[in-house]
Write a protein that binds this ligand. Structure first.
Ligand code: MG
Length: 402
């Protein structure tokens, strides 16, 4: 039997529920009375998902791995629907029709389910920036057509979004996102080149998943976030800036034409952005993080981006200026290079070099017909972007075997 649904409560689906964002969202939601969890989806963590199901009693669950789904099947309570395989996240959304989808799948793998959420009219709480970096040109128009709100669950963008409440876009001069500098921020470029996986995963201020922690160390996370801001707030590259801010207390600033600047300050804790997006347009009604102790913080510092940091961020600006498939190429090259680094196939310094090589090879290309990806009937643009994604991954693979 499906559990009865309280008609007054907001029904939430969490895709990527066993990852860092998903786990923090469930922790926050367990103290929240006005919301219920209708669906949980994950990649292959059957054990953890089974525990989450026992605790949160969703109507349906999904696992991308067929093998993991078999392991989960025996542990599911009666009446909980199970979807498995590559289309599991999309089926989960279509079956449960959530009010809000918290999209926390890692990488461009989340794109199809992002589009399904929009198609089903679910509000999108988007922690998966790669969906926008790869296919903002498809996701944002689709959301506008469907009247679906896309709410950022990325600390910097959640900060910008909050500073923009009640503001008019014509009054905005620029937005500024901050970067902690990542795990290797105190190393010179030559030392960082040789950093181990362990060193690159040791983030000074944030606790996050592996992929994004490596992205933070290379600063590719900021390159992706510039593109994310471009799509979310409809801003050109020259009105999005990045500044190093080692304390990770200010997440973003919005400067208005009259010279006023609003800053968003919060503890470096993703529960804040998660709670805000799930509660929107209200503010979360209860305390989410501990109060900030300003005197204990002492001072807030800002520095310009230099050396390898500037190199990475410039790729983000370049992708916006090139337009078309550039974001898809950049994102896919990054995903493939980070995976190679995590598998010990390349040195830290080679991540950026590989991405730059593939990004340069893609310059001026509008289509990527030599790939195996299927044409998509719904959208030529989406087909092109998926082909570009596949092409960039193939190029990285070829470079790795040389
Ligand atoms: Mg961020």
């Amino acid at each position: 039997m499906n559990q009865p649904i309280d008609v007054m409560s907001r029904r939430i689906a969490i895709l990527g529920s066993t990852g860092s964002i998903g786990r923090q969202a469930l922790e926050w939601l367990s103290g929240e009375s006005g919301m219920s969890i209708c669906a949980l989806g994950a990649g292959n963590s059957a054990e953890l998902l089974a525990r989450q199901v026992r605790e949160h009693r969703p109507q349906a669950v999904g696992l991308a791995s067929e093998q993991a789904a078999e392991a989960l099947r025996e542990q599911l309570p009666d009446g909980v629907e199970l979807f498995s395989g590559p289309g599991a996240m999309c089926q989960l959304i279509r079956h449960t029709r959530p009010d809000v989808v918290l999209q926390a799948v890692v990488g461009a793998a989340g794109l199809q389910s992002t589009l399904t959420a929009v198609e089903c009219g679910s509000t999108l709480a988007l922690a998966n920036k790669e969906s926008l970096v790869c296919a903002g040109a498809v996701v944002m128009p689709a959301a506008r057509r469907a009247g679906v709100a896309v709410l950022p669950v990325d600390s910097e963008h959640a900060g910008i979004f909050q500073c923009l409440q009640g503001a008019e876009k014509k009054d905005v001069r620029r937005v500024i996102i901050t970067s902690s500098g990542g795990a290797l921020r105190n190393l010179a470029d030559e030392q960082a080149e040789k950093a181990t996986v362990e060193e690159a995963l040791n983030h000074p201020t944030w606790t996050m998943g592996k992929k994004i922690t490596i992205d933070s160390a290379t600063l590719m996370n900021k390159a992706l976030e510039i593109i994310e801001a471009h799509w979310l707030f409809d801003l050109p590259a020259e009105r999005i800036e990045v500044v190093l801010h080692p304390q990770s207390v200010i997440h973003a600033m919005v400067e208005f034409r009259d010279g006023s600047m609003l800053a968003h300050l919060a503890s470096p804790d993703m529960k804040g952005p998660i709670a805000y997006a799930l509660s929107y347009p209200d503010r979360p009604g209860r305390e989410t993080t501990a109060p900030m102790d300003l005197p204990a913080l002492g001072r807030l510092e800002f520095q310009p981006l230099t050396g390898r940091f500037g190199r990475a961020v410039n790729l983000g600006y370049e992708a916006i200026r090139r337009g078309g498939p550039a974001g898809a190429v950049l994102n896919a090259a990054n995903e493939a290079a980070v995976e190679a680094f995590l598998q010990g196939k390349i040195r830290f310094g080679e991540i950026l070099t590989l991405i730059e090589t593939v990004f340069r090879q893609a310059e001026g290309r509008e289509s990527f017909p030599d790939t195996a990806s299927q044409p998509n009937e719904e959208s030529d643009t989406l087909s092109t972007l998926l082909s570009a994604d596949a092409w960039a991954r193939k190029k990285i693979k070829q470079l790795l075997t040389k």
